[in-house]
Design a protein around this ligand. Sequence first.
Ligand code: 4AD
Ligand code: MG
Length: 479
Amino acid sequence: MKRTRIIDVLNSSKVGDKLVVKGWVRAFRSNRFVQLNDGSTIKNLQAVVDFEQIDSELLKRITTASSVSLSGTLVESQGAGQAVELQVESLEILGDANPDDVQKTVMQPKKHSLDFLREQAHLRFRTNTFGAVFRIRHGVSFAIHKFFNDRGFFNLHTPILTGSDAEGAGEMFHVTNFDLGNIPKNEAGEVDFEQDFFGKQVNLTVSGQLEAELGALALGQVYTFGPTFRAENSNTSRHLAEFWMVEPEVAFNDLEDNMNLTEDFLKYICRYILDNFKDDLQFLNDRDAEEQKSKPEAERNALSLIERLEFVVNNNFERITYTRAIEILRNSKPYKKKKFKYPVEWGTDLQSEHERFLVEKEFNKPVIITDYPAAFKAFYMRQNDDGKTVAAMDVLFPGIGEIVGGSQREERMDILLEKCKAFNIPEDHIWWYLETRKFGTVPHAGFGLGFERMVMFVTGMSNIRDVIPFPRTPQNAEF
Ligand code: 4AD
Ligand code: MG
């Protein structure tokens, strides 16, 4: 008989149905009640074995984490906690799990620290928390594709190996097939990249934007969704060395259109998860509520996870310029009481303490900050008429900080060339990018969403390492 997934058993099977289910044992109580999970849902199926009918040697092998195939009839459950249960008629052990070994793992059914769970990233999928997180991660990914597809965007696969540094931050992982013990040098004593695989210096991409712009300037509206890599040595709860970014790029859009698109997009994702992942979300909501309790009063979130998602869906984002943000910060209590560690002055970048103040204290909702000083933003951002600021936008989320960075792009060749000079970007490195400004240039805009930061927001997980299956961070690339 064909296997029925547990989610289908619970949603659509009827009492009296003959079924085969397969999965991993989460618990086995009283030599009688099996809690079976197959990953299709956070819910377990209760299966009841009649120990008088089943061989006792077989019964002994039903242990936590072992895998089994169970055949039987769906009946109304006598016990509380579930409407139906499977009355087992025959069972097969698919894979044993030694209880002494299971004791040492995160599969042992009790509360484990997130640190311990990270050490066992290969097994943490088996826990309720990570099952919920990774089902929702899939949901966010699917919602992203659906949002853009429904609006006529084309998904563009931009290269992972590239010669450019789009963001100009120099935080790249280099890619070579040189023998690292014997790297060829030229006459000047520098590494001779001409002899390298690509005949030039190549790195892992930090962003697909530059290539996405090329696509948008022909296909009209495109988006990328791929891995990006940054060798920034920031060991924080919000940074990964390998993370996924979503980068839409739209011809004829200005900054205002760009903000509207971002806001619609982020709201859509929240709505999608609220509507389609109720069980997982409820579990994470309760988990988050527990976690909030253990925090000091001042750091606790007044809203539950589900309320936070509803709040984003139902409220407009605050939109302010960088200049206004500086004004607000300089008039704030923490500024006057010298509580900020970093200076607040027009022309210096906002630090996370400033962003948190604006989002969590001043406005208490998502905030879009626009029109930053040109000096600390990337070369491709469109220069404003004041000559000092650029048409940039950062979206800040409560509890997360920056979740989206974007801008209207500089479409005017003369200004773009000046910017390249000012940023020390050799024209011959990005001649292909510059050429789009030569042939029918148009205003256009786009942004990048940090995918894992979005998953953090919708799952309530407070460390980015807990929303990607196998996190890569400084000194850490196990698994
Ligand atoms: O603000 P960023 O650097 O913008 C870009 O890369 C642009 N090319 C995007 C565009 O306009 N097409 O990065 C975009 C987002 C950030 O807002 C943040 O959410 C996320 O990517 N991000 C990271 N997420 C995890 N770990 C890191 N190390 C990240 N660095 C950026
Ligand atoms: Mg940014």
